[in-house]
Write a protein that binds this ligand. Structure first.
Ligand code: AMP
Length: 292
């Protein structure tokens, strides 16, 4: 079939069931039911034959990737996601391709998309929202520690694992900030203020994103929603944050959201402080798993 394969040069951890560092082909998998359809292809349930491990195989059509000029973005997404190891980040075990398609071997998230859950219940309980927000804060702290900024935290990018644990699934808009080497070599001295600023402040975009998400979990709609795009833009710029009277949300939750949705990015509540906020401490399940 002429399938070329690329692998991740990572060592296989003892907990890993899928061999990392292997040259994959389609023959390594039994393909099962379709799990969903995305913009660029389809996702199937699949079983890796050697380990019997269940995965999600995402099949992307090269022609569509080319047409939309997202090959570069996909490459970056694969590069970043394949190196992340966190219980709340969807694993990317590897990838391979043939003439027409690119295949991503992904961790299977048995409970599917979070936004469907949110649509089903309109809004989440404080316990559920706090558990999710704490999980995401931990995942983002991990990412930021690796100089990765997600930049696109929203319900559509979140999947739910078999135990009810949240998984960040889409790194399409994420970026690698300066490498450790550059930072440690002191090249910072030569950067203009705006770049130094963005270096220091960039990761804080994820705090804002998490604040928006927290609001949406509790109210069922994002905070700056408006009919016209220009109105949303204005509301964001003015941080026009309003808390409706219904559903009833505790003042502790509103306090947390207000501390995250701050215009000056340096004044946003740091993620490790978020984990100590009374609303999180009192509501989030310590296991990070919301069972309902
Ligand atoms: P995407 O192309 O990433 O938007 O994926 C299309 C759909 O496939 C999603 O909306 C999910 O319903 C499903 N899906 C994608 N990845 C997974 C996964 N790792 N586990 C379970 N379902 C998935």
């Amino acid at each position: 079939m002429g399938i070329a394969a690329e692998t991740q040069p990572e060592e296989k951890a003892s907990s890993e069931v899928i061999a990392v560092g292997k040259r994959w082909t389609l023959n390594d998998f039994d393909i099962g039911k379709p799990l969903g359809r995305g913009k660029f292809g389809h996702v199937y349930l699949a079983r890796e034959k050697e380990s019997n491990h269940i995965v999600a195989l995402k099949v992307l059509f090269k022609s569509q990737l080319k047409q939309s000029q997202v090959e570069h973005q996909l490459r970056r997404e694969v590069e970043i996601q394949s190196h992340l190891r966190h219980p709340n980040i969807l694993r990317l075990y590897g990838y391979f391709y043939d003439q027409k398609r690119v295949y991503l071997i992904l961790e299977y998230a048995a409970k599917g998309e979070l936004y469907k859950e949110l649509q089903k219940c309109t809004y989440f309980s404080e316990r559920r929202a706090a558990t999710y927000v704490a999980s995401l804060a931990r995942a983002l702290i991990y990412c930021h520690g690796k100089h990765v900024i997600h930049r696109d935290i929203k319900p559509e990018n979140l999947l739910v694992g078999a135990q009810g644990e949240l998984k960040i699934a889409d790194f399409g808009w994420s970026v690698h900030t300066f490498s450790r080497r550059q930072t440690m070599c002191g090249t910072l001295d030569y950067l203009p203020p705006e770049m130094v600023e963005s270096l220091e402040h960039d990761a804080n975009v994820d705090i804002w994103g998490l604040g928006v998400l927290c609001y949406e979990f509790l109210y069922g709609v994002p905070p700056f929603e408006a009919k016209e795009l220009s109105d949303t833009y204005r509301r964001i710029m003015q941080v026009d944050l309003k808390f409706p009277t219904k559903p009833i949300v505790s003042s502790a939750a509103k306090d947390l959201i207000s501390q995250m949705l701050v215009k000056d990015s340096s004044q946003r509540l740091p993620l490790h402080k978020l984990l100590e906020h009374p609303w999180i401490v009192q509501n989030a399940e310590p296991s990070g798993i919301y069972k309902g």
